[in-house]
Unconditional design. Structure first.
Lengths: 148, 139
């Protein structure tokens, strides 16, 4: 579909992105808050004291798999390859610590902050993208295959 | 307050649907995007582009609103300082993102795609958040 990139799914990607944008817009204009998943999750699980009411944080977190389930049902299943348990634990720890120290993740900084032209979010997004690119490049160079 | 959890549930569901539709619950696709020196998959750029365009419009609308539809005030970040913590935290996060191809949103959404593995990722992530909390109890 995209010349030169036979595996890419640009249309589905764009549509998915628009849905994510609408979700974040609803949170902003409806509830007056940033749809940042790491912050909302920390709030839901009582790890962070500030943010939206806990009921709302829980509702948002529960909604994430609900929405994915709806898409899985209507499209007849979603193909995905995941890393093994050891890399998943290492990655999870880094993502948890890093998003708290850096005040956000792909949603809060990458979508909400970048679209607001927040300098902090643009720098954070450039940084985690560069770190992700470097990590994959180094792992590939070392021949570390994590996905099964 | 009363109906704000409904807005949150709808927002979370839309968000999860978007992640699933855009292929972001598949770590192979996410790592494929980060693999710019190898077999690059640009799909995530389209996801990001679509989301940012919609949100850029939402910010323009927000600027003209005195208060959100539900609730009385906008509770939005107002910091502008670039700190070592911001950059260091983002670098740690990006490293984890690169290792497994999962960030927080897809981690939760993938609970219905690959339950055991997503649960392990999510529990490790929450443990990481807790570790940070214990290191810095005042924040």
């Amino acid at each position: 579909m995209l010349p030169g990139f036979p595996d890419a799914a640009p249309l589905a990607g764009l549509l998915g992105g628009v849905l994510i944008g609408l979700a974040a817009a609803l949170m902003l204009l409806g509830a007056g808050r940033i749809a940042g998943v790491s912050g909302i999750a920390a709030r839901a699980f009582g790890i962070s004291g500030d943010g939206m009411p806990r009921s709302g944080a829980w509702a948002f977190v529960v909604g994430l798999p609900l929405g994915a389930l709806l898409v899985a049902w209507t499209t007849g299943g979603i193909e995905a390859s995941f890393a093994g348990y050891l890399p998943l634990v290492a990655a999870g720890l880094l993502v948890g610590i890093g998003t708290r120290i850096g005040s956000g993740c792909t949603s809060g900084h990458g979508v909400c902050g970048v679209s607001r032209l927040s300098q902090r979010s643009i720098v954070a997004t450039a940084t985690f993208m560069a770190a992700g690119i470097a990590t994959v490049a180094i792992m590939n160079a070392l021949g570390l295959e994590v996905l099964s | 307050m009363t109906r704000s959890w409904l807005v949150a549930l709808l927002s979370g569901s839309l968000f999860g649907a978007g992640l699933a539709l855009g292929g972001m619950v598949d770590p192979a696709r996410v790592r494929g995007f980060l693999d710019i020196f190898g077999d690059w998959d640009p799909t995530l750029a389209f996801v990001m582009g679509g989301a940012v365009i919609v949100m850029a419009i939402a910010w323009r609308i927000q600027a003209r609103m005195a208060q959100p539809l539900i609730g009385t005030t906008f509770a939005l970040p107002d910091r502008t300082d670039l700190t070592p913590r911001l950059i260091g935290g983002a670098a740690l996060f990006g490293t984890g993102w690169g290792i497994a191809g999962l960030c927080p949103g897809p981690g939760f959404a993938a609970l219905v795609i690959e339950p055991a593995k997503a649960a392990v990722f999510v529990m490790a992530m929450l443990a990481g958040m807790l570790i940070f909390r214990l290191m810095e109890p005042q924040s």
